[in-house]
Design a protein. Structure first.
Length: 136
């Protein structure tokens, strides 16, 4: 994809702070990090989001994400890390080339507000489960 910024970064056409590279992925530092070391795992091939990604590549991306998170912890003494992946504008995706965020965390850092726990009922859960399962 000629006009995709992450295709161009992954291919090395645009310089990036690359932490790791192999034949399938490039891992770069995010330009607007949520925390120091915030990294993105980019497949070298273009997939718009998780729905079109091959299974083996997804496995590889997650494995590398875990290794990067562990390295962030060792490098800067972080306590943990989030692996986050946005699909669709409504979910916060702004670059439509699949990428996995690896965001290092410290206890109480307030870096991410994930979700406020809501509530449901057994009846609603039953109906919800049936509706989604019917689409699988
Ligand atoms: P999304 O919102 O799609 O999940 O995440 C896109 C991420 O890519 C953002 O965190 C943004 O800071 C990062 N980003 C966007 N353009 C560039 C770029 O040209 N270089 C780098 N290194 N990161 C980028
Ligand atoms: Zn792309």
């Amino acid at each position: 994809m000629k006009n995709c910024i992450f295709c161009r970064i992954a291919a090395g056409e645009i310089p990036s702070a690359t932490l790791y590279e192999d034949d399938k992925v490039r891992v770069i530092l995010d330009l607007n990090p949520a925390a120091r070391g915030h990294a993105l795992v980019l497949p070298k091939r273009h997939y718009k989001d998780v729905t079109t990604m091959p299974k083996t590549l997804l496995g590889h991306v997650m494995k590398i994400g875990g290794q990067i998170g562990s390295a962030q912890k060792k490098a800067f003494g972080y306590d943990g890390f989030n692996l986050i992946q946005n699909n669709g504008r409504a979910a916060g995706q702004s670059v439509f080339h699949f990428h996995l965020h690896v965001i290092p965390r410290r206890k109480g850092d307030g870096v991410l507000g994930l979700w406020a726990p809501g509530s449901t009922t057994p009846e609603e859960m039953q109906e919800t489960k049936e509706k989604i399962a019917a689409q699988l």
